[in-house]
Design a protein around this ligand. Structure first.
Ligand code: AHG
Ligand code: MN
Ligand code: MN
Ligand code: MN
Length: 336
């Protein structure tokens, strides 16, 4: 049997650092810290059933959701890992009410990146042993070096992201990320704790056939979305499409990226901006989607063009193969 020796994530990061103009290595060190945090969270997620960290933590986050113990733990582990390494100047998280400013002892506010993240995505799936994930998004700060970060550093449109990615704690654990030069996926070999490049230059395949939406909310969807669902179900050539919905954005997105498809989370009358968070969930996934040849919209505007007004704001989200996103967009805009 022919054995190949794929590149490790560490090797990949070093190789690619050279391609950033004027690179100081700061972004590389940041991706390295995320890689480390991913391994620590992976360790805990993997043994969740054994270590009394299943179930809810007995508190609500700012979104009105009951926090799971693993939401809280993953949040702490990521913040700790990034803070201890003095690698970013600020952090914002789905599980924190407001942003955190980090004063680096070594170089008094000289770090230039802020990270925004969803520490545990799909947390309602933890207790039933279904894949969950972590999502991250990186920006260059807007305010000058040498001062604490302000809200302005976090409220940037997704088009300003310098890196974004996710970790999927699935049948295998993968880290998938982009720095604006394509999307690459790395699989963890748990025996030696190393990520290897397993999915280079990921692209949505042609002829997508999967639609992912929580159809239980059908009656509350906008007419355009109802119409699109019916379109997906039509017995025409190449259709009906296959319906697949896990309920973890990371897992649904990852499957669609590999197999071809669209993820939809529309607004409803009760939730006029939908459920998903622009800064922690939609922007990073939109950046990845575009880098993989796909698209992401809120129905009226490209996700990456939205000017955020608040840290925890939500947006309707339609993301995946461009041909499918364009179709639903067309149906959403058309009023009969
Ligand atoms: P989180 O666990 O980070 O709060 O995110 C949950 C999100 C997302 O992962 C998923 O796509 C969506 O909620 C599922 O929502 P429904 O249960 O309403 O379908
Ligand atoms: Mn949540
Ligand atoms: Mn989430
Ligand atoms: Mn979450």
């Amino acid at each position: 049997m022919k054995t190949t020796q794929p590149k490790t994530l560490g090797e990949f990061i070093i190789e690619h650092q050279a391609s950033f103009p004027y690179s100081t290595g700061e972004l590389s060190r940041l991706i390295n810290a995320i890689r480390l945090a991913a391994k620590v969270v992976n360790h805990h997620v993997n043994k969740a059933g054994l270590s009394a960290i299943l179930g809810n933590a007995g508190a609500e986050n700012i979104h009105g959701e009951t926090q799971q113990k693993l939401d809280v733990l993953a949040n702490e582990l990521f913040i700790q890992t990034l803070t201890n390494r003095e690698i970013v100047c600020g952090i914002a998280s789905e599980e924190e009410d407001t942003f955190i400013s980090i004063n680096s002892k070594q170089n008094d506010y000289q770090n230039k990146y802020v990270v925004l993240f969803d520490p545990l995505d799909g947390s309602s799936n933890i207790d039933v042993n279904v894949s969950v994930g972590t999502i991250f998004s990186v920006y260059r700060r807007k305010t000058p070096l040498g001062s604490p970060v302000t809200l302005e550093d976090f409220l940037q449109p997704g088009s300003a992201q310098v890196a974004a990615g996710y970790i999927i704690y699935g049948t295998s654990t993968m880290l998938v990320y982009t720095t604006g030069d394509g999307v690459n996926g790395f699989t963890l070999n748990p025996a030696i704790g190393t990520f290897y490049l397993s999915h280079p230059n990921m692209k949505f395949p042609d002829n997508p056939r999967i639609y992912s939406i929580n159809e239980g909310n059908y009656n509350y969807f906008p007419d355009g979305v109802k119409k699109y669902i019916k379109y997906c179900q039509q017995p025409e050539e190449g259709q009906p499409y296959t319906s697949r919905y896990i309920g973890s954005l990371v897992s649904d997105f990852h499957r669609n990226l590999i197999k071809g498809g669209i993820f939809l989370y529309p607004q409803t009358a009760a939730a006029p901006k939908g459920k998903l968070r622009l800064l922690y969930e939609c922007n990073p996934m939109a950046f990845l989607a575009i880098q993989a040849g796909g698209s992401a919209t809120n129905g009226a505007q490209n996700i990456l063009d939205i000017e955020p007004k608040a840290l925890h704001e939500r947006t309707p989200f339609y993301c995946g193969n461009t041909i499918m996103v364009n179709k639903v967009k067309q149906m959403l805009l058309y009023k009969d």
